[in-house]
Design a protein. Structure first.
Length: 352
């Protein structure tokens, strides 16, 4: 039996981003409980509504609970998260009802009075129109927003992302072109408002926005049959992207290799496509990447099987764990090379 060792590593603070709503799985009880009185605090109201929601499997009761909650909380910090949850989990996932999702969102967003919440509601509606493929409404909303205020770089990117989701590639390309033009140090500092930005932060933001715009522009160019332009955009985005230890691009460039490989394959460079998408397919085992690797493998006319290619390629794209040392629970310092042949659990935590 292999020896089992636990090493406790204290590192930098680890932040876990939670969505504004966290839901347990619905229970098996019938009946939806009762809605809280209007006088309770929004947080308590939300908890009580969630408890009632989790006690019912009845679809009518579920939606009535959230409608009632929103009627009592039409304009506070819980409003948009609740709308987003009902739209994505109930209307889109459970009912597969895009029409109902849009109607519900518009009905409840119209009640929002707070200006900051209104801007966030616009962003949510852009994403929804993109997700359900409402190209006309997406264009109308984007145009309306631009007549009422100057878009921030983040908002410009949101419109481009929503356009890509809706497969409105002309709109996506236009928004990316505008973003590349507007992406200046002055604009980044203006968007930050009272929050100060160091030169290093501005530089990082410039590179990130440019990289994201170029990635989306590459996708739009590829869909619009301009493969040469797509390859140029992806190559430039690749120089701006950040990469992890395994050589994979990290947020917000996770899908860069996949789209880049598609452009290479479209251009007739099947072997180049294989090389570009191999890490995503072999290390992360992403289904889209594996499928594309298989398509490129067939296009390249390679005699060896895809499985043999993967086995041969794997050692070339993987890296060994770097040498390090840490203390175990017995306060004994242990080096990585001493753990060879043992099953080891590394425990990370953030001391406060």
């Amino acid at each position: 039996m292999s020896k089992f060792r636990i090493l406790a590593l204290a590192g930098a603070s680890c932040l876990v981003a939670l969505s504004s709503i966290q839901c347990g799985r619905p229970g098996t009880e019938k009946g939806g409980g009762t809605a809280p009185a209007a006088a309770v605090k929004p947080g308590d109201d939300f908890k009580a509504t969630m408890d009632a929601y989790n006690k019912t499997n009845d679809a009518g009761t579920k939606i009535r609970l959230w409608r009632d909650f929103l009627s009592r909380n039409p304009n506070n910090s819980y409003t948009l998260g609740t709308i987003d949850y009902v739209v994505s989990s109930y209307y889109l996932k459970e009912k597969n009802d895009p029409e109902g999702a849009v109607k519900f969102a518009l009905e409840n967003m119209a009640k929002i009075m707070d200006e900051k919440l209104k801007r966030r509601a616009d962003s949510g509606l852009l994403r929804l129109y993109g997700k359900v493929g409402r190209k006309e409404q997406l264009r109308e909303l984007a145009a309306h927003i631009q007549t009422t205020r100057e878009l921030s770089l983040t908002e410009r990117l949101e419109v481009a992302d929503a356009a890509a989701e809706a497969k409105d590639w002309d709109l996506a390309r236009n928004q990316c072109d505008a973003l590349l033009t507007e992406n200046t140090p002055e604009k980044i500092r203006a968007d930050a408002g009272a929050e100060k930005r160091t030169d290093e932060q501005v530089k990082n933001s410039l590179e990130r926005y440019r990289g994201q715009a170029l990635t989306l522009l590459g996708r739009a160019s590829l869909e619009l049959k301009d493969t040469k332009a797509a390859l140029a955009h992806f190559a430039e985005a690749g120089k701006l992207a950040k990469y992890d230890y395994a050589g994979l691009p990290v947020w917000p460039f996770e899908d860069l290799n996949l789209h880049w490989a598609k452009a290479l394959l479209e251009s007739g460079d099947a072997r180049g496509a294989m090389a570009q998408v191999s890490r995503d397919a072999i290390i992360q085992e992403k289904k889209d990447a594996i499928d594309l690797l298989g398509e490129a493998h067939r296009g390249a006319g390679i005699k060896e099987t895809l499985q043999r290619y993967i086995e041969r390629r794997r050692p070339a794209i993987t890296k060994p764990m770097p040498q390090f040392a840490a203390y175990d629970y017995d306060k004994k310092k242990v080096r990585y090379d001493q753990m060879k042949g043992t099953v080891t659990l590394l425990a990370f935590w953030s001391p406060t």
